[in-house]
Design a protein around this ligand. Structure first.
Ligand code: GBH
Length: 485
């Protein structure tokens, strides 16, 4: 073995990129500032404050709409290569449609992008991080196939306005959450409950919307702007709970029907949904007396249009689950969960976080990266989110421990397994509006004082820790001991 080392520790490759991420609704505030339109999270939090754990909302959040210069100073201090943030669709196109462009929204993102570049930080921009303009929800939201075209219009305007300076574009953040949490489980805005039906309709529109944005970039902007376009999919690692064949098959089914649902149409050689997904949902639909599969099909042309529509694979990963086979009776209510038919559990020995779903399982990341490598022919992967939840302590040793574990697993995946990972992004730059959990869970490298009108930001131990990793490209074994505030 011969690798570049630091002391006797492995190092990340020279051109490896480190960044941090945020999302518009979670940090910006300025929810109705100069011309911004209403989006589905404004609507949800205003209409149903009790649907958010602490009855709070994103009206002000971290006030990055005004404090963006401070954000850039923090990024500069961390020495990140890039900053991943998202555009608020309603800030740029208040009605959701391209009939009117809000100059103030354009100014806001121009200022931010220019300030980043002035400080040597690359902008990595997500077009859609869950804040759909409310008027597009009024016509049904993502299950309405026409949204693919309206998304393309929006993407085109974003490329046109910012593409001279933005070279990395992510079309969607976490399609599984957009469609499952939004249209199946009632967990995220617009909180619909149409599992096994609305989620699959949403998914079809979303995949076509992604491909439209990719192709319009390819055709009109890539020749001049020379950037990259990808999508960010979130995935757990599904570890078979036992060595029984039925559990091993169940874990693979879980991977194919949650990650593969999105990744197979785009990243596989053959395109389209995974075979197992089409078969199971087709057969179940028949048994349930539907006239056709609840999973809407693509035409041959659509399959080819979506297949290969990527320059990179954006991956969000936080945690792992133990998966076993579950038999669900055919006459049980229709749901995506029934289609997959697995039982998901977490090992009580895994270290917890403040979020029930987030346990510390670093080896899961390494296995997941190897699965993607094998399944999709080792595409360039950008890890676009990974991070830890606590209650906001400044000496955030849980976060240090998490980052150390996951970054070590990543280092091994890259150097020992040959996984083609080009970038790592920590969620999040600072504490922010954690959706239905409000401000009760914190993911930030910086603490934000949400009771102070100035929304003061304070560096946590993890900020110092991450900065040192970025600057040395290595994870020193005893680094935690050095860093106490
Ligand atoms: C990301 O989603 C989001 O992109 C980001 O905006 C968010 O702030 C960050 O994570 C931290 O949560 O309660 O067991 O049903 C992460 C993926 C998937 C995590 C759904 C929470 C709920 C699991 N999310 N999951 S459960």
């Amino acid at each position: 073995l011969s690798f570049e080392t630091f002391g006797d520790s492995l190092r990340f490759p020279k051109n490896f990129k480190f960044g941090v991420a945020t999302a518009s609704y979670q940090i910006e505030g300025g929810w109705n500032a100069s011309g911004k339109g209403e989006n589905i999270w404004d609507r949800l939090t205003h209409e149903h404050p009790d649907w958010v754990k602490d009855h709070q909302n994103g009206d002000v959040a971290c006030d990055s709409y005004h404090l963006w210069k401070q954000d850039v100073e923090m990024l500069k201090y961390l020495n990140v290569t890039f900053y991943r943030f998202s555009l608020s669709w309603s800030r740029i196109l208040p009605s959701g449609f391209s009939n009117y462009i809000n100059p103030d929204g354009v100014r806001y993102y121009n200022d931010l992008i220019n300030e980043l570049l002035k400080n040597g930080i690359e902008p990595m921009v997500t077009l859609y991080h869950w804040d759909l303009p409310q008027p597009l929800q009024e016509v049904g939201g993502w299950p309405n196939p026409l949204l693919a075209k309206y998304f393309e219009d929006y993407a085109k305007i974003a490329f046109e306005l910012f593409g001279d300076r933005v070279k990395t574009w992510i079309t969607f953040n976490e399609p599984p959450e957009v469609c499952e949490s939004g249209y199946a489980e009632g967990a995220n805005a617009p909180c619909y409950k149409s599992s096994g039906i609305g989620d699959y309709m949403c998914g079809k529109t979303l995949l076509l919307a992604h491909a439209r944005a990719y192709h319009i970039y390819d055709k009109l902007y890539r020749p001049k702007q020379k950037g990259k376009v990808g999508i960010t999919i979130d995935a757990i690692w599904a570890e078979p709970k036992t060595n029984r064949i039925k559990d091993i098959k169940a874990a693979e089914r879980q991977m194919q029907m949650d990650l593969g649902w999105w990744a197979h149409p785009i990243f596989s050689k053959s395109g389209d949904y995974p075979e197992i997904m089409k078969n199971r949902i087709g057969n179940l639909s028949k048994a349930e007396n539907f006239s056709s599969s609840r999973l809407p099909q693509f035409t041959e042309n659509e399959i080819r249009f979506i297949q290969g529509s990527f320059d990179f694979f954006g991956l969000n990963h936080y945690s792992s689950w133990l998966v076993s086979d579950l038999k669900i009776p055919v006459n049980a209510p229709v749901s995506h969960w029934k289609d997959v038919s697995v039982l998901m559990q977490q090992d009580p020995k895994w270290k917890p976080s403040a979020a029930t779903w987030l346990k510390v399982v670093p080896w899961g990341l390494r296995k997941l990266l190897n699965w993607i490598k094998k399944e999709y022919n080792n595409p360039p992967v950008y890890i676009t989110e990974n991070g830890f939840a606590d209650f906001g302590e400044l000496n955030d040793f849980g976060r240090l421990d998490y980052l150390k574990g996951y970054l070590n697993a990543l280092l091994k995946a890259i150097l020992l397994d040959g996984c083609n990972v080009k970038a790592y992004t920590c969620w999040s730059l600072m504490d922010n509006m954690e959706w239905r959990d409000g401000y009760t869970l914190k993911f930030g490298l910086y603490y934000v004082n949400f009771t102070n009108p100035k929304r003061t930001r304070t560096e946590k131990a993890s900020a110092e820790f991450y900065k040192t990793i970025i600057e040395t490209r290595t994870i020193l074994e005893d680094l935690e001991q050095v860093i106490v505030l």
